[in-house]
Design a protein around this ligand. Structure first.
Ligand code: RP5
Length: 161
């Protein structure tokens, strides 16, 4: 089966964060592809990736970047697939730069922006799964089962001795 989700990131240094999105997709048995695509180091690859994404069968793109994080917005400009932006925590400004770069898209080209860092990457994986689940009952059932498991774990751990 061809990949439904494209997970891209600006640098190999983003992988420690972005692997959380991939772990969720693995857990929910959703086929994805992962690749380093840099807006400023490999701009031609970025355009080619975004322009061909829909025809290649992708349904959602998760794009993570840090600093002047233009990758999610630029990819969103070249595809009508939903793009989820993950602000990677930067060293200089703790990811606030990444967050603002990704979230402040001018009206017309949306990027669904999640939290800074690993929590955001996890949620990006879940959000992509929920988007696919809206049209695929099997995927939706797996997302529901994951939610139920987390709820049960919290209820159990909340019973303090
Ligand atoms: C961005 O610059 C990447 O997304 C990464 O978060 C940041 C730093 O990249 P490296 O210098 O570690 O390759 O393009």
């Amino acid at each position: 089966m061809s990949a439904l989700v494209g997970v891209i990131m600006g640098s190999t240094s983003d992988w420690e964060t972005m692997k959380r999105a991939c772990e969720v997709l693995d857990e929910l048995n959703i086929v994805y592809e992962k690749k380093v695509v840099s807006a400023h180091r490999t701009p031609d690859l970025m355009f080619e990736y975004a322009e061909s994404a829909s025809a290649r069968g992708l349904k959602v793109i998760i794009a993570g970047a840090g600093g002047a994080a233009h990758l999610p917005g630029m990819v969103a400009a070249k595809t009508v697939l939903p793009v989820i932006g993950v602000p990677v925590k930067s060293q200089a400004l703790n990811g606030l730069d990444s967050l603002l770069s990704i979230v402040q898209m001018p009206g017309g080209i949306p990027v669904a922006t999640v939290a800074i860092g690993t929590a955001g990457a996890t949620n990006a994986g879940l959000l992509a799964a929920q988007m696919i689940g809206a049209f695929d009952p099997d995927v939706q059932a797996r997302v529901e089962a994951r939610r139920a498991r987390i709820t049960a774990e919290v209820l159990e751990s909340g019973e303090l001795a």
